[in-house]
Write a protein of this length. Structure first.
Length: 260
C-alpha cells in the first residue's frame, strides 16, 4: 500500500521485530494499526545499534537473545501485510544486516514480504547509488533521515531521493524520550518542505499527546519509538498489544483535542 497520512497528525510507530517475541511483535503491530498508526516502522534487531538510545538498544538485545534473524523479521512483515493490507510498512535497519543478507536479495524479499519501503539508519545519501538502484528495481520506497545539522545540499539530495516520506529527526543524538520538542524540528521541516512535496514525519523524543500536537503544527506525521518500546518492555507478551493500542488511542484522542 502507498504510504499515506489521512488523519492529522499521521502516526508512525517504531517497534523492534521479535521483541518480546516474533508473534507478540506481529500482534503489537496489528493492534497499533487498528488503534490509529498509519505506518509501522519494523526494526531489524542489530548488535551494534549506535543510533539508538538505551530503551531501543535493550529491545534489540532481547530480540537477538531469542535468535531473531532477518528472515524472521521478513516473516513478521509478511504476516502484518496479510492481516492489514492498507497499513504503511517500513523495514527499519542498519546497513550491516542487509549487506550480510545481500542487498539485491533483501530488496526482493522485502518487496515479496509486503514492505512499502525501507529506512537504512546509517545510509548516507551520497553513498546510496547501489541501494537506490535496488529500491527502484523492486519499487520499494527509500526513506532517508534528515537532521537539523544536515546541510542544504544534503537536504536537497535527501528530499530528491526519498520516496514515501522524509524522516526528520527533531534533534541530533540518539533515540529516546524527551521533555520538549525543539524549535530545530520545525525549522528543519520547513527546509525539507522547500525541496519536496513528500510528507515529513518527525521523530525523536515524542512520548506524549502534547508532543504529537506540537508536531502536527508543522509536519505531516509524528514518529514514536522509545515510549512504545518501553511500554512493551514493561508488559508481558500477552498484555503488550493491548497496552500499545491503548497508548496510541490515547495519543490520537488527546492530541486531536490539543490541536484544536
Ligand atoms: O525513540 P524515539 O525517541 O521515539 O524516536 C523514534 C525512533 O526510535 C525510531 O524512528 C528509530 C529507531 N531506531 C532508530 C535509529 C535512528 C533513527 C531513528 C530510529
Amino acid at each position: 500500500m502507498p504510504i499515506r497520512f489521512d488523519q492529522k497528525p499521521g502516526l508512525v510507530v517504531y517497534i523492534t521485530a521479535g521483541d518480546p517475541s516474533l508473534d507478540a511483535s506481529r500482534a503489537i503491530a496489528i493492534e497499533a494499526i487498528d488503534a490509529g498508526a498509519d505506518v509501522i516502522e519494523l526494526g531489524i534487531p542489530f548488535s551494534d545499534p549506535l543510533g539508538d538510545g538505551p530503551i531501543i538498544q535493550r529491545a534489540s538485545e532481547r530480540a537477538l537473545s531469542r535468535g531473531v534473524k532477518l528472515a524472521d523479521v521478513l516473516e513478521v512483515a509478511r504476516a502484518i501485510r496479510a492481516a492489514r493490507p492498507q497499513a504503511g510498512l517500513i523495514l527499519f535497519t542498519y546497513l550491516n544486516p542487509i549487506l550480510r543478507y545481500g542487498l539485491a536479495r533483501f530488496a526482493d524479499d522485502a518487496k515479496a514480504a509486503g514492505a512499502d519501503g525501507v529506512l537504512v539508519i546509517d545510509m548516507v545519501v551520497e553513498e546510496s547509488a547501489e541501494y537506490l538502484r535496488e529500491m527502484d528495481r523492486t519499487g520499494l520506497a527509500p526513506v532517508f533521515l534528515a537532521a537539523p545539522t544536515s546541510s542544504d545540499e544534503r537536504l536537497e539530495a535527501i528530499a530528491g531521493h526519498s520516496r514515501g516520506f522524509v524522516y526528520a529527526i527533531s534533534r541530533t543524538g540518539i533515540t529516546g524520550k524527551q521533555q520538549s520538542m525543539t524549535a530545530d524540528a520545525s525549522a528543519l521541516v520547513d527546509r525539507i518542505h522547500r525541496w519536496s512535496k513528500l510528507p515529513v514525519a518527525v521523530g525523536f523524543g515524542i512520548s506524549n499527546a502534547d508532543h504529537v500536537a506540537q508536531v502536527a503544527e508543522f509536519a505531516e506525521a509524528a514518529v514514536i519509538g522509545s515510549a512504545i518500546v518501553e511500554l512493551i518492555e514493561r508488559s508481558t507478551p500477552e498484555t503488550a498489544p493491548g497496552a500499545v493500542a491503548r497508548f496510541i488511542k490515547g495519543l490520537r484522542q488527546s492530541s486531536t483535542a490539543l490541536a484544536r
